[in-house]
Design a protein around this ligand. Sequence first.
Ligand SMILES: Cc1cc2nc3c(=O)[nH]c(=O)nc-3n(C[C@H](O)[C@H](O)[C@H](O)COP(=O)(O)OP(=O)(O)OC[C@H]3O[C@@H](n4cnc5c(N)ncnc54)[C@H](O)[C@@H]3O)c2cc1C
Length: 335
Amino acid sequence: MLAVRIVGNGLAAHVLAQTLLGRNIEVELFAADLPGSASRAAWGLLNPVHLKTRTLTYGANHFDKAMHFYRRAEQQLGQSFLKPVRLRHFYRDEQDAKMWMQAWQENLHRHVVLKANCVEVLQAGSLSIPTFIAASENALKKAGMLRLGLAGEAELLGSPKEQWVVWAQGHWAAQSGLFGWVPLRPSAGVQVEWKQEPSAFQAIVQHRGYFYGQDPVNSETHRFGSTYSWSMEAGYQTEGEAELRQAMAAFPELKTAENLHFRMGYRPASGDRKPILGPHPAFSNHLFFNGLGSKGLLMAPEMAELTANICVHSNREIPAELDIRRFYKRYKSST
Ligand SMILES: Cc1cc2nc3c(=O)[nH]c(=O)nc-3n(C[C@H](O)[C@H](O)[C@H](O)COP(=O)(O)OP(=O)(O)OC[C@H]3O[C@@H](n4cnc5c(N)ncnc54)[C@H](O)[C@@H]3O)c2cc1C
């Protein structure tokens, strides 16, 4: 079998590369570092509970599989990047506390514990996505499987028909000639990092809508965020920074934070908020792997597994809600 070609240098591309390598399938990864990558700005939380709506999050049923994948990747790559974490949401007011009690009784009792002033998620993980990507890149480089630079569609469309090409380009797919018809609706997000003495208190907390905590690999790196906006304007970074500075000012313990480093990325969300996987209608050896939105860590291992099944067994059984075929009508009307 020819090496599977993968385009992209984010979470999607590297989770797929490590999944294929774990099945002894060679890969060739075409990697460029374009500014605005979601994976470079992400918080890195693996959390099955949606704290805003007090429900299980989309993809919560893949939590165990995802944790297992990243643990195995740590062993494969000889690098640690994942930590189980105590994740707490502080009640906004009495009404919020009451609603949590109701959600706990109805469907969350196996996922959260209620405390006097907060709710704690029983199983959650914190993962340094940049550390995972760097370790994966390193391994691919050593194996001669990494091609640095922008992959061109003209070049890859010339790939032999028996060679799989997987496009994992994040929000840049919206500008692509091959997959530009797939409805992506990216959302911009900014988070901020700074260095300070590690704290003995290792939890990640959500308070007044923002997460705050330490990096799982470098405990002196502290993080606060993220913002959420549908804006695709480059100027949004300034707005996001201003929002975070203002939000931080309400936390007395963050007043000493200095040398703030802001990062912005675009979550590659799809039109219907579900990931998108499957073949191009006309070039069936070209697969689309995208739409991870804000649930990249939970969904990427499941998507990679399905993609590997396609590449190895030509098994095209993709759950309908993830299948790119739900958008084929748009392709027809675009041609
Ligand atoms: C602020 C913020 C916070 C987040 N927090 C979390 C979180 O806590 N938990 C969670 O699960 N998710 C989180 N997310 C979402 C998560 O980051 C994304 O779901 C995930 O990173 C998407 O990965 P991706 O590889 O699809 O896209 P990206 O990370 O955007 O990667 C796409 C890559 O493709 C490369 N590329 C594009 N075109 C080409 C080409 N022609 N040739 C070569 N390379 C190319 C780009 O350079 C880029 O490296 C967050 C996102 C943001 C922005």
